[in-house]
Write a protein that binds this ligand. Sequence first.
Ligand code: A3P
Length: 264
Amino acid sequence: VKNKLVLHRGFYLISGIHSPEEVDSIQDLEIRDSDVFVITYPKSGTIWMQQILSLIEGRGDVTVTMHKEASQRIPWLEDAGGKNRFAGDPSPRLRVSHLDYKFMPRALKQKRGKVIYLARNPKDILVSYFHFHYYAAVFETPENFSDFFEKFLEGRVFCGRWFDHIKTWYSHKDEMNFLYLTYEEMIQDLRAAVERISMFMGKELINAELDSVAEHSTFDEMSKNPYANYRNVSDELLHQNKGAFMRKGEQQHVGLRGQVHTVL
Ligand code: A3P
């Protein structure tokens, strides 16, 4: 049985994975200044950021990424139990989330904690998301590409319309400690992106450490490491014979850097 998309306060969640009550309680979370939230629309490179953040936290030491799943190193804010784990965790609490701005902790909107919004060209997201619907067991298999294309444009997919997601987040950026980053600039210069991210996190790394973070977060390195590419995840969640999380990792279309103002 496929999990259904459920519309909650205008935003599609996945029943069986997300509980609307838990998601609603996120806004009351207490935030520390050292908290960092990476926000993405699906298929924008979330797993890439999970790898980079845990490597930055470990000052380039790759050991932790070889023994612990990406989703345990940098957990999802909205997953079952995510909120409970959050409250008691030591600093810095590093999290990823696909949620819309309106579900975020109130304190985050008063410049406590930090937000990194990672954007990717929607055409590449569309293709990646289409393939992901075959790979991820929670989603209904699309009839064909054009059917999925329509669903994507209309927002009848998990997280709704890409355009709404980025537009809402971006329009509120001045309320938060906010770093806007694109998948495409990470493709073009990963080392520079890593440095920007670590500076923003307030974690100053020496050159050799930054080199190591970049080295161990390339597409090839992550493809080789099952703890960095969800290969260990069971077939109940991911059909391991029908795809891969590290699918292509390419930029087919022009990025949004410098264009975001005109797009929005
Ligand atoms: P493709 O399907 O286009 O290959 P998310 O984690 O948000 O679901 O994003 C997954 C997408 O990010 C996939 O895109 C995946 O290949 C890409 N990705 C992950 N790690 C990457 C890396 N190190 N370099 C380039 N792309 C990466």
